[in-house]
Design a protein around this ligand. Sequence first.
Ligand SMILES: [Fe+2]
Length: 256
Amino acid sequence: MTLRILQLTDCHLFVDPKAELKQICTRDRLERVLATLPPEFDRVDRLIITGDLTHDDLPETYGAVRSLFDSWWPRVRLVPGNHDVRDGLYLHCGDRVERVAERIVFRETLGNWKLIGLDSHWPGEVRGELGTAQLEWLDGELSAGASTPTALFLHHPPILAGSAWMNEVGLVDREAFWSVIEPHPQVRVICAGHVHHELTTYRHGVLVLTTPSTGVQFVPESEQFQIDVAEPGYRILELEEDGTVRTRVVRVSLYA
Ligand SMILES: [Fe+2]
């Protein structure tokens, strides 16, 4: 059985449905993305949202998140990003996640694959951190499933993503993360957000991906922060029984 996973990231929603981020209404853009998903996506196995669900630090904004994804809800999994608030996320979306080592994560075996979501939120920081306790938990999960192809999802990419300014606000303990991953070659793919653009690379034979935001886009490979005029987007992953990964990013036209 091929697993089909839709990844959305960096929605940056506000409780006010008309609020804008960098002169872009993030709610309108997310609704546009969801409205343009092809009908065959009804059969997608999971919708995984890799953080920055909200932008205004208000717990009630997670109620809006929940209602926007209502028809998807049983298939939704999510992790927090730097802009999220753990308590608000857990209050409204706690049935889609679990708390481990004071973090909000998910894990499940689906078909021939294991899916693990990690929490890189560091309160008060744009940078991300996984922390020793969560990395020990991850090591235990990977040790228990050594023969199961595994996909990891987290907000901050565990690599330098090419932009000088973005590298300053990346995952601070990425080398500790890789020292956990290296002995576990069943990890096939790592999907992240945070950088608001598409990126594909490999490290230690693992496919590492970032995905465009459903709202505001950033210019890749830039010295300083710049908004990109690129359209919003999402990623589709097809995970085969033998551990093969196929993936592509889809950009969404803003015009009907
Ligand atoms: Fe973001």
